[in-house]
Design a protein around this ligand. Structure first.
Ligand code: SF4
Ligand code: SF4
Length: 257
């Protein structure tokens, strides 16, 4: 935290695969950091869609979990304190989708005065939509990296210069997710629709709510016994993953027809 700053805000994505234990842990970390800095502490939870007011920034991987939450530590780690906000994401968050989300938001924020930001952001958005909708092509990651570098170097203001950060940092730390989307048409987080099928594991308690939520009638079973998902019928909508009360449903690669 920069000297003189007295307020500490942390934002956590809620309702996107984030369980109460992740939120509680994030709150503990933030509270301790605020206490160390002698700052006031305020806890507010927003749904993902409401978190876009945050300054677009670099996304850090799990290995950075223990770094200090202060101006210098975050800068050293390649990110920044920004407005003091933080978003915590779990392994059910697709990093390609996160990059797409931020870029889509910034397309609307660009004032349009300079070409790198105005056109670069639109082009990036198209590529990220293609990747997350199963139309990714070999070379897309390299194109995104090249465009991001050009935007950072040539955009007129801080918005355009920092806009590629989510793209560059997700490519740096989660490149394998981009490769899976492009080469295998697979979203390991079960977020990008149509890019996964599902399987049900032994944690299933046979409640049956997944079967009722499946638009493809791909889930069958008998109450109080383990249910089964037919991967060949599954259309990869993710509804069952979201609704299962015990987290028994996981994304798997689609089998080729
Ligand atoms: S929602 Fe989860 S626990 Fe309930 S039947 Fe489906 S897989 Fe099993
Ligand atoms: S992901 Fe969608 S289509 Fe596939 S089994 Fe679950 S609810 Fe059905």
């Amino acid at each position: 935290m920069s000297e003189g700053k007295k307020k500490f805000n942390v934002s956590v994505i809620a309702g996107d695969g984030i369980g109460p234990e992740v939120i509680a842990e994030a709150r503990k970390v933030a509270e301790a950091a605020a206490s160390t800095e002698g700052a006031s502490f305020e806890w507010v939870e927003y749904p993902f869609g409401a978190a876009h007011y945050l300054k677009t920034n670099e996304i850090l991987p799990e290995s950075a979990l223990d770094i200090g939450i202060d101006f210098d530590s975050l800068t050293d780690a390649g990110s920044m304190m920004g407005s003091g906000g933080m978003i915590v994401m779990d392994d059910r968050t697709c990093m390609v989708d996160v990059a797409r989300y931020f870029v889509d938001f910034l397309v609307g924020e660009s004032c349009g005065k300079c070409v790198p930001c105005r056109e670069g952001m639109k082009k990036m958005s198209r590529i990220l939509h293609d990747i997350s909708e199963g139309r990714g092509q070999p070379g897309d990651v390299e194109t995104l990296t090249e465009m991001a570098g050009a935007m950072a170097d040539t955009a007129l203001c801080g918005l355009g210069q920092s806009a590629p950060n989510p793209v560059l940092s997700t490519i740096e730390y989660f490149r394998e997710e981009y490769v899976e989307h492009i080469d295998e048409k697979f979203c390991r987080s079960g977020v990008c629709q149509g890019l996964f099928a599902v399987r049900i594991d032994d944690a299933c308690i046979g409640c049956g709510v997944c079967g009722k939520s499946c638009p493809a009638s791909a889930i069958h079973g008998v109450a109080k016994k383990k249910f089964e998902a037919d991967a060949a019928t599954c259309i990869g909508c993710g509804a069952c993953i979201q609704i299962c009360p015990v987290g028994a449903i996981s994304p798997i690669r689609r089998t080729k027809a």
